[in-house]
Design a protein around this ligand. Structure first.
Ligand code: BEZ
Length: 212
């Protein structure tokens, strides 16, 4: 399977999950989606990550993002583990977790990286837009839990980019100033950004976040 690159179509699949069998594209519809992998059930870092994402579900919902996890163990295993996730984090699993014992989805999305492990997935994150295009891909090692506030931050940036043709600078946070895209002329910018902008360089025009 060739590596997935930004802008590629996110491949479709059918899989068993903790919420029944689903077709990925059907389930996703025209929402945004985050697909993220877990090396193995009943492992400590994964347990904390799944609980954290369950706690952040209202934040994903607010942004129109559906979340789906995957681990290469069976549905039975996932169901037992879900109770542990709730016990440890206080958050009930509130999104589907794919069972992928044959590694079909893991292979499709290149989540098994044999020089890291040939049985467990790496920690992948894919952010997929309403048109099913891949917009973000992250790969973390098994021993490092991901920062899901960062995933939300990138989604905010992508959604601003789609709506207003702005980019976001280093360490940007929601509410900070943004950068007017290079393809936007000063004439167009006058209409699109009525709060005005500061040109730090001719190619670096900064404006208040337009939806605030
Ligand atoms: C964990 O989730 O803690 C983990 C899983 C696989 C390898 C190392 C850590």
């Amino acid at each position: 399977m060739p590596t997935l690159r930004l802008g590629d179509d996110a491949p479709d699949f059918t899989a068993e999950t903790t919420e029944g069998t689903l077709g990925f594209h059907d389930w996703k519809g025209d929402s945004w989606a985050v697909l993220f992998s877990h090396p193995k059930d009943y492992t400590p870092v994964c347990t904390t990550e799944l609980g954290r994402v369950a706690g952040l579900k209202p934040e994903f919902d607010k942004r129109g993002v559906k979340v789906i996890g995957i681990s290469v163990d069976s549905s039975d295993s996932h169901e037992g583990w879900a109770q542990d996730i709730e016990d440890v984090t206080g958050n009930k699993l509130n999104f589907p977790l794919i069972a992928d014992p044959e590694k079909q989805v893991a292979d499709l999305y290149d989540m098994i990286q044999p020089n890291a492990s040939d049985t467990m997935t790496v920690r992948s994150v894919f952010v997929i837009d309403p048109k099913n295009k891949l917009r973000l891909s992250l790969t973390y090692p098994a021993s490092t839990g991901r920062n899901f506030d960062e995933i939300l931050r990138v989604i905010d940036s992508l959604q601003l980019n789609d709506e207003y043709k702005v980019a976001t600078p280093a360490d940007w946070k929601d509410g900070d100033d943004v950068i007017i895209g290079g393809a936007v002329s000063d004439e167009e910018a006058k209409e699109k950004f009525p709060k005005g902008w500061t040109a730090k360089k001719p190619y670096l025009r900064v404006t208040p976040q337009p939806n605030k």
